[in-house]
Design a protein around this ligand. Sequence first.
Ligand code: URP
Ligand code: ZN
Ligand code: ZN
Ligand code: ZN
Length: 482
Amino acid sequence: MSKVIKNGTIVTADRTWKGDVLVKHDKIIGIGPDLHGDHEYDATGCYVMPGGIDPHTHLEMPFMGTYSADDFESGTRAALAGGTTMVVDFCLPAPGQSLLEALQMWDNKTSKACADFSFHMAITWWGEQVFNEMATIVDKGITSFKHFMAYKGALMVDDDEMYSSFQRCAALGALPLVHAENGDVVAQLQQKLLAEGNNGPEAHAYSRPPEVEGEATNRAIMIADMAGAPLYVVHVSCEQAHEAIRRARQKGMRVFGEPLVQHLTLDETEYMNKDWDHAARRVMSPPFRNKLHQDSLWAGLQAGSLQVVATDHCSFTTEQKRFGVGDFTKIPNGTGGLEDRMPVLWTRGVNTGRLTMNEFVAVTSTNIAKILNMYPKKGAIVEGADADIVVWDPKRKKTISAKNQQSVIDYNVFEGFEVTGLPRFVLSRGELVIQESSVQAQPGHGEFVAREPNAAVNRALSKWKEVVAPRKVERTGIPAGV
Ligand code: URP
Ligand code: ZN
Ligand code: ZN
Ligand code: ZN
């Protein structure tokens, strides 16, 4: 059966034009005027865009003594409801655990995924086994490796391990990612604050100032450059980190930066709320920042020094957040946002003139597909692409509320936000999964998306590093005795 999306305006990362989109099975097979199919979806007054891709989620993630509350079923259902048709989650081996064993564990969680997904593999320890298994992981279509520079005593790796892993990434044509915060400094600041009786959620923000993020971002950039690898910095939250990325890019380094929709729209005053639950529900790393940092992130998206917008969706219930009453270091770190990323970014970005519609598509979908090397299968409205399509109604409105969200948690950090711009229809590989507020997502429909190594950026960078590699000078006049 074929389907046609009729009378809409197609918006991609580089063009806006009137046209119909014809879908057969799971692919786009035609784009043009006056197309016909067995079933028609009316897109009058709407924008037809590639489905969103969230490059950063933690579904059913074991973390800080518990598991994040949304699993692959509720998480991907939330994603689809907000126009996101693919997520990239993090596989986290325990220190000492085989990467392949961890991947099997993560794969076991995905049987009820409603939307397509891929993985980043975390490097949480280093050794010959990890070195060897990284090649097998790449062969399985996982071509990005995450490094935590924070969470000391748990997921954190040191510079030595990072440099080894980045070199391995360069050799395998893979992309290293970093969570950039100086974990040693954070650990000491946490202990100092607790010793001074500063044990509330606001102390979480005090323990992770922008400087610790800026320092770690600079360090990761330098280590990646030494190793000859590109670099992707997750959840860039502040000017210090953005400045490091901007400067590196101006020097020709291949560095990508990912702000979160939360950091773009929520600020540090959330942690000063008199209600402990309100503040704790917003505890995540890095913490929310002030308006100057937010302006820097928006400017980065406009200027192209930051390329993608994610959520880092890692949701915990209020009950889970309360593990940290009396000790902020025990509040599980993480916030939700999968259902809200696209409507909030559209409302605060496109509707204010901070982003063009094409920039919106670039940062929510196309740039991500390109950086993670799955373009144009994903992130594109072209013949042959997967039919992951959102028909976006710029006039549909709602007030965000936990009462009618897909996520299983009991609150929403965007509670009360009024958004204008929501999906009318969402297709996931050709299947209708969302029709306005009716969610028809099917558990088990989501498939793993394998990615190829050696993206264009890796190829160019390795060529360049070969050109400028240190070379021994062949000398003629050699002094005696040397
Ligand atoms: O606070 C956060 N961001 N939780 C999820 C884990 C991580 O650091 O990305
Ligand atoms: Zn069919
Ligand atoms: Zn992180
Ligand atoms: Zn994360």
